[in-house]
Design a protein. Sequence first.
Length: 97
Amino acid sequence: MAYDPGAIDATLAAAVGDEPELIAELRGAFLDSANRALDQLEAARRASDWRLAASRLKGLAASFGAVRLMAVASEAAEAQPLDMAMVRRLRRAVERL
């Protein structure tokens, strides 16, 4: 799978046009939401909570064109709950955006 660190910015630019300040604000909101979803994954104590948090992250990634994050979140939804190695992979994927 290709990794495109500019995918989010391109998706946002297509949605809002050439508005660098708005793109930056929306990008920040995306990252905040992604980090909250990761926090929910870490806090999950039941399989259903884990899958819900992973699915939210996958949907968020899909809506912003973050293909790699979407793929890893999809894997997380199928992984065992409390898989901290998976959480670390997801955090790295978010950090690379």
